[in-house]
Design a protein around this ligand. Sequence first.
Ligand code: GAL
Length: 458
Amino acid sequence: MKKFPEDFVWGASTSAYQIEGAYNADGKGPSIWDVFTSIPGKTNNGETGQVSGSHYHKFKEDVALMKEIGIKAYRFSISWSRVMPTGKGEVNKKGIQFYSNLIDELLDAGITPWGTLFHWDLPLALQLENDGWIGADISDYFAAYADVCFEHFGGRVKNWITLNEPWVAAILGYGLGHFAPGRTSNSEPYLAGHNQILAHARAVDVYRKKYAHQGGQIGMANNCDWREPLTDSPQDKAAAQRALEFFLGWFADPVYFGDYPAVMRERLGERLPEFTPEEKELVKGSVDYFGLNHYTTMYAAEATGAASKQAAESNAGLTEDQDVELSVDENWKRTTMNWAVAPWGCRKMLEWIDERYGHPEIYLTENGSSWDDWKVNGKVADPGRIDFYRSYLEECHKAIGQGIKLKGYFAWSLMDNFEWALGYSKRFGLIHIDYQTLERTLKDSAYWYAEVIRQNGV
Ligand code: GAL
């Protein structure tokens, strides 16, 4: 068995809109996802997160299941419009109470809470009145909301993530339009990204200036798939590097170095906003650790013609800006998301981060896979998920052996949930949810993960 360090954080993740349901309960305001899902054609079968797994009502049962699995840390997100119904001003006491109860329940169960402030469910009022992430004042509103969260929860929550995957909110929300707010543009994503970086930095500034005495750590969770050069040619190697800089460097370079990757500036020109000298100061050094969400790997090659349609529709970003042709090996196993299972890519991704950003502490804040599964005689067999977790954790173990400071791993996801535009058709959970009865059942992968945690290794 490959043992992990004693203090390795074994966790699982979820996000508010994907699991809570109770979309209008107890004074919660609408978010952009509440409205986006009501537009015909935006989600699979018109499905929404209105009820979902009803975690809002069943959180005690869910914490008991976490305890049964033995996870040491739980990463959840706070719904901004549950806490502040219009995104600014008035605070909803019942919303605060919900998260407060959840945090207490976790601590009672010996589980460390990790709070994400924003996992895509922007208050609708901020979208309508202030243009969401492309509005000029959004970072002020975010900092004020973060302040409310630190004030109420920071005494008990010592691990914070400001933003989940700003890349997705920018590219899928403002570029390709697949996610809320559903806009399409080739310049708005870069403005939405820019304002998210500033919002992150302002929230961190509030945390460090006002709440240092709480003694916690704060960072962001960026997503990146590995890009392997298709061939040894200098062109393909450069294409893979460029793809990684457009994907992860876009958000990580500013917070580590104070500015965007040079290749983005060269290719995007005026479409990429500039930081003022004061903003650079604020942004640089604004994370205490590196949070990474990682799922898959693709080959990258210098684009020979127009970037392929397939690449444009996959996790490729605005491919015309990068001139990168993406592909996968037909022999690679694929999940039901059609994502390739390539665990070695996870290790290479960690190596790239370690080298580029000066050996930071890294947490894998999400890693996991979707497979079809269903209950048979009260049991849920999901061998594909177990194989996936085992093979990715083995590569994580190798990375730690190489001296990379990987400090923790959060399985995505604790439970089956609303998979955004794909609705309930994709199952990522360690816990199976029967959406008719809302009954929960631990899957085989949950028992397997429980054993890994108990023995502290794979
Ligand atoms: C991430 C996201 C999660 C979940 C997961 C699987 O990008 O943060 O909310 O949907 O992907 O698709």
